[in-house]
Design a binder for this molecule. Structure first.
Ligand SMILES: *Cc1c(COP(=O)(O)O)cnc(C)c1O
Length: 220
């Protein structure tokens, strides 16, 4: 087995967390190598890269979209996507709902929160999520639903800072669960942690980690 894969799976096991293998920019052969070792969940950032991969790779792969998704691109991945990690607006949710209906399926997403100190990262503030979840438009959705939260920590060597940001996301999850999702058994996911910080994320409650470079080598 690929050494990093087995090492990561060993670290995840005590937490019962799942691994999203982030395969953006990587060729099908690299994905198949992990697939043959049993990995089934893969994460991609770009719609134009994800669609041809989904068409050519085994059909039992669970594809997660982890990048920033524009509303007008939802339709391309709606027939097959398992989870959209980066939901950050009502308009994306409404498009998920629209194309969920067209494809006769439920489309699952995670609300992405801004927890980092970097302007380049994106996501909702707590108040924006509150407004979204309290709106009539949200309540009317029948073919799109929220299954948890996602966030990216600041890219820094300061582990205490990263830990604080993950704790903040866990707090947001707990608050939203109590206030908006009490009777929703699907609201269970906390997607946080990447190659450089996934161990901290696990300690702070991640249910899914998104790992790319540690598995596939550095991207060029
Ligand atoms: C690229 C990416 C990852 C994986 O990053 P690595 O540092 O290579 O593990 C995780 N999450 C998101 C949203 C990404 O864009």
């Amino acid at each position: 087995m690929n050494a990093p894969l087995s090492l990561i799976l060993e670290k995840l096991a005590p937490y019962k967390a799942r691994l999203v293998a982030v395969s953006k920019t990587k060729p099908n052969e690299a994905i198949l190598e992990l697939y043959e070792q049993g990995q089934r969940i893969f994460g991609e950032n770009y719609v134009q890269e994800l669609v041809p991969k989904q068409e050519t790779l085994p059909s039992d792969i669970e594809w997660h979209f982890i990048g920033r998704l524009q509303s007008n691109k939802v339709k391309y991945i709606a027939p097959f996507v398992s989870l959209i990690h980066g939901v950050d607006s009502l308009s994306v949710l409404q498009e998920m709902n629209r194309y969920g209906k067209k494809n006769n399926r439920m489309i699952d997403g995670l609300l992405q929160f801004f927890i980092a100190r970097e302007e380049t990262k994106f996501g909702l503030e707590y108040g924006e999520a509150e407004a979204l979840l309290s709106s009539d438009a949200y309540r009317e959705l029948t073919h799109a639903r929220i299954c948890g939260v996602m966030g990216m920590a600041t890219f820094t060597d300061d582990k205490a800072q990263v830990r604080k940001e993950f704790q903040a996301l866990k707090q947001i999850f707990d608050d939203l669960k109590a206030r908006f999702f009490n009777d929703r058994p699907e609201f269970i996911e906390i997607s946080m942690g990447m190659s450089g910080d996934y161990e901290i994320a696990l300690e702070e409650g991640a249910t899914m980690v998104r790992i790319g470079s540690l598995l596939f080598g550095n991207r060029i």
